[in-house]
Design a protein around this ligand. Sequence first.
Ligand SMILES: O=P(O)(O)OC[C@H]1O[C@H](O[C@H]2O[C@H](CO)[C@@H](O)[C@H](O)[C@H]2O)[C@H](O)[C@@H](O)[C@@H]1O
Length: 323
Amino acid sequence: MGFQRSSNRQKEQPGISDVSSNERAPNSCQGAVSDDANYSSWMVEHPSALTSFDQMMKDAKGKKIVVFLDYDGTLSPIVNDPDRAFMSDEMRASVREVAKYFPTAIISGRSRDKVKGFVQLSNIYYAGSHGMDIMAPPRPARSSDGKYHTVSLDRKSNEAVFQPAQTFLPSIQKILKELEEAIMKIQGARDYGMLEEKVKSIMKHYPDFGLGWGKKVMEIRPSIEWNKGNALEYLLDTLALGNCTDVLPVYIGDDQTDEDAFKVIRKRGQGYPIVVASSPKDTKASYSLHDPSEVLAFLLRLARWRKASSSSRSLSQIWGVGS
Ligand SMILES: O=P(O)(O)OC[C@H]1O[C@H](O[C@H]2O[C@H](CO)[C@@H](O)[C@H](O)[C@H]2O)[C@H](O)[C@@H](O)[C@@H]1O
């Protein structure tokens, strides 16, 4: 459940830091140089997944790649109106292409229906509400403490939906109603402070829920130990890959909530956590991409790499030559 913050604090738009130093306003030169220097030194720790691509794929040889993608800020640029955060047709085509070759999942903070509506692809898995609403084939679920095993059929009764926070749904409906009534009279942008106050005062009565803040967004979440990292593990399990040592999860995301997935990959000891960032940030990711346009380039390259390696494999099988 999320609320939009209408302040000026907005994510840097792709391209802004691409402006070369001699195109910047004269009085911003100093800052620009040190920004570039900071970004460059950050990049040493988090090299570009594009420039590191060949090495990454060399290391991936013989392993099973599974692709996990965040939505906002990764597949679509950050925009002011969350209802207009559309992904481009090229991005959609690249995800479709990747999903032809690798199991692919979108793990988003948005509701599953909303993100599915934006992505409009049927050959991928969807995990909405920060992984608390997963659509996946029915299989036994595993969680470290044995809780959260609610698997049921969706409205079309043909796919399994895993909702670890299902028991919170009645309270969520109640909170929603109370919030709608309380905020109806608040006028847009300038009343963010009042909105925050109202939300906080209502949420005091719901100790089983927590408040979180994202990029210009305030979110109410059930206080359960379930995040994008758990969703990644759950999806690997549903693919029967959870315990395999030759699995390489590739996770691309830009936000704080994606860090949980980066941590899981690090803990597994194999895989590629890739952060989308146009300025230095504290992250557990090993690699970086500057913005969604670089995500697009990476996905296209990944699909092309796989296509080429499968065709060279079949040629070598047919002709008996080394690849
Ligand atoms: O996990 P994600 O797929 O990255 O979703 C995270 C949040 O995304 C949306 O908010 C963000 O994107 C909006 C559109 O670009 C932007 O206006 C907002 O400032 C960002 O925070 C979405 O509205 C939230 O519900 C998601 O949790």
